[in-house]
Design a protein around this ligand. Structure first.
Ligand code: NAP
Length: 208
């Protein structure tokens, strides 16, 4: 008997740091689509982005593990973190379909900004044939421009993009990093274990 999960979500993002907005969004999508698990996938080295200094792969991986450990439906993958060179979603999807079988249904959850850029991704047509996109967006996001982009994607690639507004995404990693720099509290914005890890390692203190 094959007991590999067949309906899974992949939660892709930098997670620098992971916070309650991400966790609430992942659980909301799992619940809405009745998925068997959510795989958090911290990004390795994403293309076409000049990044601010991002925390090390190890720190982002460990924070993601600490944040997700209490939810039996959540797991963390290091396949993008281990990949050399740029990390493309197409390669991640190929690896996952290899692991879970070609008939696995993958829901790729990401932020609205990533969806706005998705048509520029490597092998976008294949990406959109291998997974369903779920865009979790924060309250106040410019939904008008966003909807036009979603219609364009759906029309061109016949792939439905699911939109889900997540009020908890009012929390953002940028805001958390800024708060730390300014010696302000980050309590209740992210799990306590992650807060302790950040403080112990002195993360984000010296950011500009
Ligand atoms: P990012 O820099 O971490 O996030 C951009 C924005 O989206 C931020 O506002 C972020 O909020 C939010 N966000 C990030 N992950 C989210 C999630 N899972 N759910 C809801 N909101 C989220 O990420 P990114 O560079 O846009 O990449 C997102 C995903 O797309 C990654 O998996 C990446 O590998 C993939 N991607 C692929 C390609 C490609 O294949 N060519 C190109 C670009 C991106 P916070 O700051 O609060 O997290």
């Amino acid at each position: 008997m094959n007991d590999k999960p067949k309906r899974i979500a992949v939660m892709g993002g930098t997670f620098d740091p992971i916070h309650y907005g991400h966790l609430v969004a992942a659980e909301a999508v799992r619940d809405r689509f009745q998925l068997e698990k959510v795989i958090f996938m911290p990004t390795g080295n994403p293309p076409h982005k000049e990044y601010r200094k991002v925390s090390s792969r190890e720190d982002r991986y460990l924070m993601t593990i600490l944040a997700t450990v209490t939810n039996p439906f959540f797991q963390v993958s290091d396949i993008e973190l281990k990949r050399k060179g740029y990390t493309y979603t197409i390669d991640t999807l190929r690896e996952l379909l290899n692991i879970y079988g070609e008939d696995a249904e993958i829901y790729f959850i990401t932020g609205a900004d990533a969806v706005m850029e998705i048509l520029t991704w490597r092998n976008v047509e294949q990406v959109l044939s291998m997974c369903r996109i779920v865009s979790a967006f924060r309250p106040g996001y410019d939904i008008h421009q966003f909807r036009n982009k979603v219609l364009e994607i759906e029309k061109t690639y016949k792939n439905k993009v699911h939109l889900i507004e997540v009020p908890a995404l009012a929390i953002s990693s940028t805001e958390i990093r800024n708060r730390i720099q300014n010696n302000r509290t980050i309590k209740y914005l992210l799990p306590e274990q992650v807060e302790k890890y950040i403080l112990k390692k002195g993360l984000y203190k010296g950011d500009e």
